[in-house]
Design a protein around this ligand. Structure first.
Ligand code: NOJ
Length: 735
């Protein structure tokens, strides 16, 4: 504590001699920085993975942050060494991948995006922060903002899908939830926007693969969510593993200084991904580990996660004049600022009894359930759902009672003992005949199928839970074939033979190619790994106690060969003209021709299986014609468009109305349409509401031919619809 007193008195002195524009935090940072040796500064820039055994490193001032420890006792041990034994008593920050909940696990981020409900997403992040901080974790590596247009990439599970606007809205909601009103609140956790940038564009969906992204698409598609969350105050940012136009992100000065600092004016702290500095050697961008440290720091990295390059070589690099002390001070300032803002100097320790009071609190479980309800997407229903009249149901499939799997990827701290599975929850509602059919999602053993079919014939309806084990999506888990694994499709087909209504529930980490399974069921609900409360949520939807309202945050493909496939692609010179010549339409020995519908496949045609934004309800919504208040707008004007939305069915239900806009002609080719606004609207049976979207014309700006961010005057079209492929366009003009 003597150190802290000294620091504070130095801060008072500096403020007395007047550093006008400096904030109180800046003054504290400068006072502390001025007392630090080079070695102590380098120690702050080093992040290590581990728990209590890192205490000696902390005491020696060799570590600024730890990751992968969520045990409050161990965190306190390392913290005590840092605060009470290191020369300057600078606390460490304990960090963790708290991606979709800490103990109470919410749906995976892709599922959260399917809610189109930023309020529930913010609440989920707040709850994650309350639980994680009670265990001493004050920094999470979330949200992941990588635009994902290829479901083969396993990490689509961790983000908000393919759309830049939805990505930004959900990212901002998470940042707000994690960080709360004030970072110094002990229940606040610093967010980390990641992976900067373009990591989701890995070619072929193969994780860690190279990317091809032009500067214009970076700016129009990949940057917006980072910029929005940076502006929303995200405290930290993580560099990505991939290279951008030949330069790995971790050594990319253009990204980390020119864009992030100079253009956006962001003043947070930059951390590398796990050994992404070290990996610049494999990229062939750095000669050796020492070179990686030089390149990363000079590019703008503040903290090194697990390459050990900074701690080993930076002193030498400074002596050799390859890294200036000015760069080191910049990095350490950002790190110390975060520590002051988190209040770690005043409250370095966590109350070791705190987590028991908040983990799995009833209101946390309730919010997790609500989020899971809203995240489920109804893809097909020929009238069998909800199963309100059924009494006896067959429950089958490898995901019906898989408490660990339903939590999904990156659920490090979730305990499966707290998961409620669909089987548990359905037993509360129905007489359940339980036949697993398959032991796990990759199981190919069909020995029990006859028994399952027999059981189906004794039930009023069958509910088949299929999908993916948690480990089949997430980091390093890309797939080239997106059909259901193992004998799951065969299980659905077998159950269908019993002739009873068949409901399929897919619980997975990504959009799978489920076209053939749709043909074998009467209804299909798609639940991106729904977390701790997935069972009760799905049971409510099946029974009709809740009505589906989720919408797809990614395009669903007929076949993995269609990937990458996303709704907001640029106009092509040969757009679909509605006439597809499919494989079997081609005569034998046909002559060469390039006529016909254009950018499509002979086998799967032009369209996806389901478009972005798609999702059914138990009711039907009728969209009126959009009326534009003023169809000739100035560039500083606001577009106002209204329409009536009617609930034509007999259930109270919520619809996600979506506003899409197309800029018809640009100085560069523009997307066919882009999501600009959405709203969840709840309507009673028969009710009609008038909804109004307001869109400042300024939000129609894009990076044009001259690489300027401008609204180009001309003709535009808009659609208001329940998905990205519906609705009739209405025109307007920007003058
Ligand atoms: C590697 C992952 O890419 C990143 O998302 C994660 O936060 C770090 N490892 C730390 O676990």
């Amino acid at each position: 504590m003597k150190t802290i007193r000294f620091i504070l008195s130095a801060a008072v002195l500096i403020s007395a001699i007047g550093c006008g524009a400096q904030s109180e935090t800046d003054r504290k940072v400068e006072a502390l920085l001025s007392q630090m040796s080079l070695q102590e500064k380098i120690g702050q820039m080093n992040q290590l993975s581990g728990g209590a055994w890192l205490k000696d490193e902390a005491a020696a001032g060799n570590v600024g942050s730890i990751l992968n420890c969520s045990d409050p006792k161990e965190i306190n041990i390392v913290q005590k060494a840092a605060v009470e034994e290191s020369r300057l008593g600078i606390p460490i920050i304990a960090s963790r991948d708290v991606i979709h909940g800490f103990h109470t696990i919410f749906p995976i981020p892709l599922g959260q995006a399917a809610t189109f409900n930023p309020a529930i997403v913010e609440k989920g992040a707040r709850i994650a922060a309350i639980e994680a901080t009670a265990s001493g974790v004050r920094w999470t590596f979330s949200p992941m903002l990588d635009i994902a247009r290829d479901p083969r990439w396993g990490r689509v599970a961790e983000g908000s899908g393919e759309d830049p606007y939805l990505d930004a809205v959900m990212g901002v909601a998470m940042v707000k939830g994690y960080q709360g009103d004030n970072l110094s609140d002990p229940t606040s956790m610093a967010a980390c926007i990641k992976h900067f940038v373009g990591y989701g564009a890995a070619e072929g969906g193969r994780d860690y693969n190279t990317t091809m992204i032009s500067e214009r698409s970076l700016r129009n598609t990949y940057f917006p969510a980072f910029k929005a969350t940076a502006e929303a105050g995200a405290a930290t940012l993580m560099t990505s593993f991939n290279e951008i136009d030949g330069v790995p992100s971790t050594g990319n000065k253009w990204l980390l200084k020119d864009i992030l600092r100079d253009e956006w004016g962001w003043d947070g702290m930059v951390v590398t991904d796990w050994n992404s500095a070290g990996e610049m050697i494999a990229h062939g961008f750095s000669r050796d580990l020492k070179h990686t440290a030089e390149q990363a720091i000079n590019a703008g990295v503040d903290m090194d996660m697990m390459s050990y390059g900074f701690i080993q070589y930076v002193e030498e690099l400074v002596k050799e004049g390859k890294v200036s002390e000015k760069e080191i001070d910049r990095a350490v300032r950002n790190i110390l600022k975060l520590k002051f803002e988190l209040g770690l100097f005043e409250n370095p320790y966590v109350d070791e009894t705190a987590s028991a009071k908040v983990d799995y609190a009833p209101e946390h479980l309730e919010a997790a359930k609500q989020c899971a309800v809203e995240s489920a997407v109804l893809l097909k229903n020929n009238g069998v759902l909800p199963l309100s009249a059924a009494r006896t149901i067959l429950v089958t499939g490898p995901l019906a009672d898989a408490p660990y799997e339903q939590m999904g990827t990156w659920a490090f701290d979730g305990q499966k003992e707290h998961t409620i599975t669909p089987l548990d929850a359905l037993r509360e509602e129905y007489n359940v005949i339980w036949e697993p059919g398959l032991a796990y999602s990759r199981d190919k053993n069909t020995k029990d199928f006859a028994r399952v079919r027999n059981a189906a014939s004794r039930a009023d309806a069958a509910v088949v839970f299929v999908g993916e084990e948690a480990i089949l999506s997430g980091e390093a888990h890309s797939l080239s074939n997106l059909n259901l694994q193992g004998a799951q499709s065969e299980l659905i087909a077998e159950v269908a033979k019993a002739g009873k209504p068949v409901v399929v529930v897919v619980i997975a980490g990504r959009p799978l190619t489920i076209e053939r399974d749709l043909a074998n069921c009467d209804a299909m609900l798609y639940s991106f790994h729904p977390g701790t409360m997935g069972g009760p949520a799905l049971a409510d939807l099946i029974k009709g106690k809740a009505v589906p309202s989720g919408k797809l945050p990614m395009t669903f493909l007929r076949d993995a060969g269609q990937a990458p496939f996303y709704y907001n692609h640029n106009n092509s010179g040969r757009p679909c003209n509605g006439t597809e010549t499919l494989l079997n339409d081609i005569p034998i020995a046909a002559g060469q021709t390039s006529l016909g519908c254009t950018s499509y496949y002979l086998d799967t045609g032009y369209g996806p299986l389901f478009p972005f934004g798609y999702g059914l309800s138990y009711t039907e919504f009728e969209y009126g014609k959009p009326v534009i208040e003023n169809a000739e707008l100035e560039r500083d004007g606001v577009l106002r468009v209204s329409l009536d939305l009617k609930n034509k069915g007999k259930y109270e239900a919520t619809e996600v109305a979506q506003l899409y806009v197309q800029d018809c002609v640009g100085s560069v080719v523009r997307p066919v349409k882009e999501l600009k606004r959405f709203e969840r609207i709840t309507l009673a049976p028969g009710e009609t509401k008038t909804i109004t979207f307001e869109l400042p014309v300024a939000e129609l700006a894009f990076w044009n031919f001259d690489m300027e961010y401008v609204v180009e005057p001309g003709d535009f079209r808009l659609w208001v619809a329940g998905d990205s492929a519906s609705g009739e366009p209405v025109g307007f003009v920007v003058k």
